[in-house]
Design a protein around this ligand. Structure first.
Ligand code: AMP
Length: 287
């Protein structure tokens, strides 16, 4: 039988376990999550354990990255299920602070970024990345990991956090992990649970549309027109609306230059019923 993984709920208890690992000179990898774990998260946890002697998975539905009109209250939560799923990953601890432990009375600090944090998701969710960066900065200072692993699924988030670590000289490295997908291409996401059966049939059209764009983008003269065409295809497939289809530099998220060594990325956000799905793929025939 697998030993159950310790669930840690206070900063003091976390500091004690981390100090014991450090005394043994163990390296630590952190996987931040908001729970409702699926195979994408579990892949990150397994990769964390493969990279370091110790792997910590944090589960915290961070209120400061949700706007008042967003899905904080209905965001899926399954604490017992998450703990059970993590047993097979080799993770050494689950860091599960309460909102009060993370944001005690009087909390009054926020990280605000420009660069990769502007545009795309930030147009619809203007305070989102400030909430993400602030909670991740706290998680990094609480767990003191050598590595933190994030999914490419949330590609702008990955770029924003790499930028924060670079800009603030934080002593860890951020590693991106390729998106885990269903066999029909739909990116695994906790929000897929909101989809009806009919919407679930439509959902893979998003990945298919951006994959077609990624395969041809280095050969098109008018990138804006190609993005508009992809957007039309997504709506024709059954999505209600498209927030953006964009072709960007894969590191800065600025304008795409096919000659840049950074490479490029196609990013999309679209609404299927009341559910907002995001996805992205690498540009396959760029420089
Ligand atoms: P979340 O719980 O949605 O905040 O996600 C926690 C971490 O899991 C983030 O780094 C996500 O990018 C990552 N993640 C979510 N879905 C996937 C996926 N389908 N494949 C790989 N990583 C993922």
């Amino acid at each position: 039988m697998t030993d159950s993984i310790p669930v840690i709920r206070t900063v003091a208890a976390l500091r004690a376990i981390v100090a014991a690992w450090r005394a043994d000179r163990d390296a630590i990898a952190l996987v931040p999550t908001m729970g409702a774990l699926h195979n994408g998260h579990l892949t990150l946890a397994k990769m964390a354990k493969a990279r370091c002697q110790r792997a910590v998975v944090s589960i915290f539905v961070n209120p400061t990255q949700f706007a008042p009109n967003e899905d904080l209250a209905r965001y899926p939560r399954d604490e017992a299920g998450d703990v059970a799923k993590l047993a097979s990953t080799g993770a050494d601890a689950i860091w599960m602070p309460s909102v009060g432990e993370m944001y005690p009375d009087g909390f009054a600090t926020r990280i605000v970024q420009e660069g990769a944090a502007l545009g795309l998701e930030a147009v619809v969710r203007p305070h989102h990345f400030s909430g993400v960066a602030t909670v991740c900065c706290k998680l990094f200072s609480q767990v003191t990991p050598d590595i933190a692993m994030f999914g490419e699924k949330d590609y702008q988030q990955l770029c924003v956090l790499k930028q924060m670590v670079r800009d603030l000289n934080l002593p860890l490295s951020i590693e991106g992990v390729p998106t885990v997908r269903e066999t029909d291409g739909l990116a695994l996401s906790s929000r897929n649970a909101y989809l009806t059966a009919a919407q679930r049939q439509t959902a893979p059209a998003l990945y298919q549309a951006i994959s077609r764009l990624a395969a041809k983008v280095a050969d098109v003269d008018d990138i804006a027109a190609a993005c508009a065409e992809t957007s039309t295809e997504i709506v024709a497939a059954g999505f209600q609306s498209v927030d953006y289809v964009a072709v960007r530099d894969a590191v800065t998220l600025g304008d795409y230059d096919p000659r840049s060594a950074n490479g490029g990325r196609v990013l999309v956000a679209a609404r299927l019923g009341t559910t907002r799905l995001i996805d992205n793929v690498a540009i396959t025939n760029g420089a």
